[in-house]
Design a protein around this ligand. Sequence first.
Ligand code: AVJ
Length: 320
Amino acid sequence: MKSTRTFMSTLEEDVFSGLTAYPKKLPSKYIYDKTGDELFQKIMDMPEYYLTRAEFQILKKHKEKLSKVFDAFGGFDLIELGAGDGKKTKILLKHFMEKGLDFHYTPIDISQNVLDSLKASLKEELPGLQVTSRQGMYFKVLQDLAGYNKRRKIIMVLGSNIGNLMHKKAIDFLKNIRDSMGEDDLLFMGFDQKKHPQVILDAYNDNTGITAAFNKNLLVRINRELDADFEPDNFLHWETYNPETGTAKSFLVAKEPMTVQLKKISLEVHFKAWETIHTEISQKYDDDTVRWLAGQSDLVITEIFGTDDEAYKNYIFKRR
Ligand code: AVJ
């Protein structure tokens, strides 16, 4: 069956394989179209979503120390994967500019949309900043950057974005970054930490329904792009957190039996009542787990910056 189909895009291919698998699943990366980007902005402003504020505090508190570590050899290129709206990064950029550091900023994001507004806001807020943005998948762009070794690279991944990857894939991602790093280059990365399970559940299941709309945006996008007829309201947003593994998981749960047509990929999908689509994981960490991930990827932790309550931490890594 599978081999006779040709797909026009990875979205088509991933949706087909996810909805014909058992149990059903869809990759969270497809949440982020224009609506998904906007909903994620709203999530970052929610009182329950502590991650953004926590990382903001860390950057604010440690900007001076970070400027010294990053600039230890005099001059660097700051490369940010998944730059988003740059709200947090601007704390650092502003500080580095005030100190007159010689650096170049390269924000990378999958969304050209997001990059365009980031560039516009930087031009206004930080005129004189050297910026070159790049649109693309991390993987591809990192390969391009590997050959670029004129001066020290600082690769930055904020927001606990790595948490969307289960450990095996997180290690692949880290190895990939590691392979693009020279001996003196650094990786600066945010990892959300294990904490009271209820705090985590609340962050991913707010009572205003923003996170539910964010999760269901997968179905809205598939309806539009694959000419499908999902009824998003017939699904329930459901969040679980396993305190043993540190894995938060998002599901869409069918509230009744349904048949959905996805015309563009000639697929008919049946749902039994209470059947699930697994959509996202948001992994929570502790120092031992991060150290293990680093070791598996031939990296070592050189510094840890946490909030006072240790709810969130940023780590600096170098090549082992
Ligand atoms: C952007 C992947 C860090 O997992 O915390 C927020 C995405 N999902 N609320 C996260 C998300 C539901 C977010 N990351």
